[in-house]
Design a protein around this ligand. Sequence first.
Ligand code: 13P
Ligand code: MG
Ligand code: MG
Length: 372
Amino acid sequence: MKITLSLIKADIGSIGGHTRPSDLMLETVETLAQKAVTDGLLIDVFVSYTGDDIAILMSHTKGENNSEVHQFAWDAFIEGTNVAKSQGLYGAGQDLLVDAPSGNVRGAGPAVAEIEFDHSLESPRPAESFMVFAADKCGPGAYNLPLFLAFADPMYCGGLMLPPMIKGFSFDVIDMDNTDGDSVLKLDAPDDYYGITALLRDNERFGIDSIYSRTFNNKAASISAQRLHSIAGTYTGKDDPVALIRNQGIFPAPEEILSAFTKAHYVGGDSRGSHVMPLMPVPLNTAVTGPYCLPLVSAVGFSLNADGYFSHSFVDFFDNPVWDEVRKLAQLKGLEMRSQGWSGPAMLPYTELEYGGFRDTVEGLLSSFKFQ
Ligand code: 13P
Ligand code: MG
Ligand code: MG
């Protein structure tokens, strides 16, 4: 049978500032999700948070961009927003940018990653395992570097030298500056290696939308590369992307996918979505509480049984002391960058400042310049 994994995430309010959603918000979304399972819309569901964002992971048979599935997620976020409002929480409904989505929440604010695949549990996928990434306080291209390295560089993924992967992977790169629609270019690794890097080096404009096995023409990864400020026209919050990644066998193994996250690489985001700070790996359900607010990323793994159920158990990759060294590295890199405050590369360039107010300040001053 065909199974679709849908991961839909939104910031709909948080406690004491932009930290984490409340327990009651999470319970409300969870209850609605379980009802969607009982009603037969979904096979299985898992609700979690990363920073102030709630992620709903779903399995079902309705395909990608299904209006019922998207509408369910939207309605659950509306109910969660009502709870956030009743509790007086910060940013209630922040990512719900339209009155009602027209059958699809893509472009309406929430982040979406989806993969449909044949789930026969036969070769080349005798077992189906996958990973769920969620990042908070960061820009849409936060996964560009680590996922490119995982799927295109044998220094990070030795499996690329094995027969099932040696032809490489193709990358659908999206131009997020094109607000007319999803403008995508397919490039193959390793053939177009340098062309891909020429685009992906610009995390604010270009993002990986999806990755496919060139040998099996099978979708390996889906990333939500959407820019909320492009959608809304004004600042509405950083883009905080999610990603779904199938692993093992014909795809990279978890350790190959995770290895580049040891860099704690610098990404756009952080405080007021306007700084450049390192990406810190954290356990699932971590609140944003550190000095400044380092960009965070969580990564958990699931296995899918023959009927499409996955939530019986999961593994939390970053909830392990081996990642403490990386967290320390991220904090040190963050402190270094913060020591130069607003100067130069510590803040995003003018066009990428997520708080339009920064631009208003500059424009107000520009109008007072005079030739001497
Ligand atoms: P969120 O997008 O996570 O709400 O972050 C907003 C922000 O500006 C953090 O300072
Ligand atoms: Mg927020
Ligand atoms: Mg957020």
